[in-house]
Design a protein around this ligand. Sequence first.
Ligand SMILES: Cc1cc2nc3c(=O)[nH]c(=O)nc-3n(C[C@H](O)[C@H](O)[C@H](O)COP(=O)(O)O)c2cc1C
Length: 177
Amino acid sequence: MQYLKENFYRLLHPKIVFLLTSISKEGKENVMACAWATPASEEPPKVIVCVAKENYTAELILETKEFVINIPTRNMLNEIWICGSKSGRHINKFDLAGLKKIKAEKVSAPLIEGCVGYIECKVTETVDAGECYAFLADVISCKVDKNYFKGGVWIPNQIPMHLGGKKIVYFRDEKTT
Ligand SMILES: Cc1cc2nc3c(=O)[nH]c(=O)nc-3n(C[C@H](O)[C@H](O)[C@H](O)COP(=O)(O)O)c2cc1C
């Protein structure tokens, strides 16, 4: 064994990559790539999403207390890198990445066309976690494309997972014990 001096969190990867959408009070929308999320409770349904304080997304979520987790497919890697490497503070990443917006059911932040899972969320608590805010949120609506999610699980090889840095991986096989 060796001590890991940096990137300890990569021991907890791979994690599903999603496009996190948010909106300002004035209606300005934004999207960023994100991997740090976890279910926090099944009943009531809650998630935690961690966003760096310096990101424009954090500012918008603090302002309107809502967001959407949009789960893309492996065909959307280019869009993921664009949304994960530029800030929406001064540019429109939807236009830049060619992402089309769809109206969400219960929140004002938009859904992204072509994604195969959508989790609409409303923040109930914000934890100052250091470099990030950890947003604990109620899951208000959750939809999935049944071509990609079968028998209650993702089908193999389609959903990008972040291993760390520039590395994206896919799980290949499902084994039932
Ligand atoms: C695969 C991937 C995963 C990322 N995960 C996170 C994350 O979990 N939390 C975070 O704050 N930033 C994460 N980022 C970085 C943000 O997407 C990036 O800082 C972005 O430019 C922020 O945009 P904004 O300023 O428009 O909010 C990730 C980037 C990539 C490419």
